[in-house]
Design a protein around this ligand. Sequence first.
Ligand code: GLU
Length: 561
Amino acid sequence: MDFNYLADILFPNITEVPEDIEKKYPPRTLPEGAKVTRFAPSPTGFVHFGGLFPSMVAERLAHQSGGVFYLRIEDTDAKREVEGAAQGLIRTLSTYGINFDEGAVLDENGNISDRGAYGPYKQSMRGPIYQVYAKQLVREGKAYPCFTTEEELDELQQINKKEAVKNTNWQEEAEKRKEEMLARRNFTIEEVKEHLESGHPFVVRILANGDPEKKFRFTDLVKGNMEIPENDEDFVLLKSDGIPTYHFAHAVDDHLMGTTHVIRGEEWLPSLAKHVQLFSYLGFKLPKYMHIAQIMRLDENGNKKKLSKRDMGANMDDYTKMGYSPEAVCEYVMTLLNSNYEEWHAQNPDKLYTDFPFNIKKMSVSGCLFDFNKLNDVSKNIVSRMSADEVYEKVTCWARKFDEDFAAELIADADYAKKILSIGRGGKKPRKDIATWADVKPYMGFFYDRFFAMEDEYTNGFDKEDIVKTLTAFLETYDYSDEMNVWFDKIKKIADDMGFASDMKAYKASPESFKGNVADISSFIRVAVTGKQNAPDLYTVMQILGEQRTRARIEKAIRSL
Ligand code: GLU
């Protein structure tokens, strides 16, 4: 068969040859060892937590090595595309410190445009480029047209899916498929011409030369060495609308854009044999691959499950709503990605996760487990190291969107709020009460009369009368200007007067000689003033609340007892 002729009648408008394209994409000039990586999302919805994973790895590896990290929008499936998803994606990633050196970017009007010399970075803008390479493969007898209508293709896909789920008689099916495949390969130029003249659509398929009985060796940088059966499936390269499949676009784009490391989800591992074949057919150097394990979660019964789209925590925007700071989420992702991150962080508590020498060898080969408790621990640590001003800014910014009443109070008196937020901050062992901005109101709301509520009961087992007596006695001697030790001596005195031990040693030696101890006396006052059993240091709380508010709260407590 005259393949040149075949290529010409299939692609009459394509006059360029691969060499012409290659000239427009010269090899990058980068220092030795610099990695070129990309994030290549399909704009079909929000950024999934599982998508943050590969993109963070790609970002770290590129920037750690002085390389390039770029964004390519893989919008070859128009049916699944969601309007505005690409823009949302860029914004969300940037919130998480994932910024691209090159690729699709948002212009000042919020539209997608290109930055860099290796574009276009949106696959829908690259149609003719794919056709040039497809034409070349046809010319070389490595690809062929297949006149199948879209309906037939859909049907085929459905059958394939069903087969995958419930393959009862796979041997028979495999034979049938092989026959089908061989039949497709058998055509004459005249037949092709007839189809084209009648305007029939066609797809371009690869002419697979692999033997699945044979395996080739492959090293994935995360998964390690493996043996993979060769590909013998004549998979589609160009769909009938001329748009490439993921496989074909992956090979052409990652080659032209100079990707050195392809970092993607492990769901692509089964397609690897196809990609290896394609790169070799096209004469491209195979990039290095890293297939990242899926994120798992524990279900109600303690079984591991894939973190699905609908799970809380799957959508990156959930974290904004819940009030997690992006640094916390990123650091948490790091702990999941690199097993030695926590050790490093313990030794370098003041450094940022971006200072961490990310190591491919320390990556988890199987699925990482998503765990909110762990995320909260990481986050509490991060927030505990922030200054009161920083926390104030961040919580106010969050509250403006998600808790307007709280925001109003924070804004009305910034100094007051900052004083509250300064409690227990700055020392060697800072308080760790706040994991999310949503935790701030429950933590400090009692400082505002509007949010104050009796959340906890007075400790069980004490006479109401003793509680009232304590509160009354406290009010009698309370002086706002007292130093802390004077203030505390007064509380001790109340304890002694009421038959409670002021000295904890004495109490421990013979608890039965006392009604209780000074900690109980303090807890009566604490509950009256804060509405809680657990609150920050009571003296400091009263100093910030001020004399009037403190007195009013205690008086109200006495009345209600
Ligand atoms: N568009 C593909 C996806 O979203 C990209 C996979 C890759 O990184 O190659 O799954």
